[in-house]
Unconditional design. Structure first.
Length: 257
């Protein structure tokens, strides 16, 4: 992440205000002397928001005010990177299973042996934590960003400061945080639910799963706006996943009587 890296690299701290997903589920790696561990406090992010590099101020396209507001509302950042981990893929899968009940998976990217999953804990369009899990050949990374982050801010900032690695893995895919929409939500068992997807995901497949992971029904995504029948769906929570060319977008929805 181009600009955020400039801030973090010069201002590293080791004081966190609350336990986050990395500390909760991957604490076994925190004491590993071979692992890279980065921990940044919220106070440091507030300080960083007040010290803006000249190149950011001069970049007319960069959403500088949103970036300042975004940074001032961050409470912690934690990253663990473990090299030469024989069970890196198993650790990635364990992370997905551990986070599954508390977090919504926003994006999953696969590129050969590399996998990236971004998950969020969100209520009312405010994200309280973003968790990223990455696995490559014998490498595992888990990162957590906590705070009070608005979805619209993240969309503007991330589109400008995506890392080169993520851009390479998502090359050819114009995917943003709010590109996939599912409505009405909640839905009723006798309704037609609409799924909107970005242009790059047309030609993929939509699959509805229940919360136990059972596949309920599938749909070919032939347009940016697609309808799927909810008839027969029992009351409860479901996940709709759009898959194409190694990229998966997911949204949860609720069916009510």
């Amino acid at each position: 992440m181009k600009y955020l890296s400039l801030i973090i690299c010069g201002l590293i701290s080791f004081q966190l205000s609350a336990q986050n997903a990395v500390e909760k589920y991957f604490s076994n790696h925190l004491e590993n002397e071979e692992a890279t561990v980065v921990q940044v406090s919220g106070k440091l992010f507030q300080y960083a928001a007040a010290i803006v590099p000249d190149e950011m101020e001069m970049d007319e396209e960069f959403p500088i005010e949103d970036a300042k507001d975004f940074l001032s509302n961050i409470t912690s950042f934690t990253l663990i990177k473990v090299d030469e981990l024989e069970n890196s893929k198993s650790e990635y899968k364990r992370g997905l299973n551990s986070l599954g009940d508390e977090y919504e998976e926003l994006v999953r990217v696969r590129d050969k042996d590399n996998k990236v999953s971004i998950m969020i804990n969100e209520t009312n369009d405010v994200i309280h934590e973003i968790v990223a899990l990455v696995t490559t050949d014998k490498e595992f990374i888990a990162a957590s960003l906590t705070g009070e982050m608005r979805i619209d801010q993240i969309q503007d900032i991330v589109s400008k400061i995506q890392s080169d690695e993520m851009q390479n893995m998502m090359r050819g895919a114009d995917v943003k945080l709010e590109d996939m929409k599912v409505f009405p939500n909640p839905a009723t068992p006798d309704a037609q639910m609409v799924i909107e997807v970005p242009q790059s995901m047309i030609g993929g497949q939509a699959t509805i799963f229940d919360m136990a992971g059972n596949q309920i029904r599938t749909l070919e995504v032939n347009d940016s706006r697609n309808e799927i029948d909810t008839e027969g769906l029992a009351e409860g929570q479901y996940v709709v996943a759009i898959d194409k060319a190694g990229i998966t977008l997911k949204k949860t929805f609720i069916v009510v009587d």
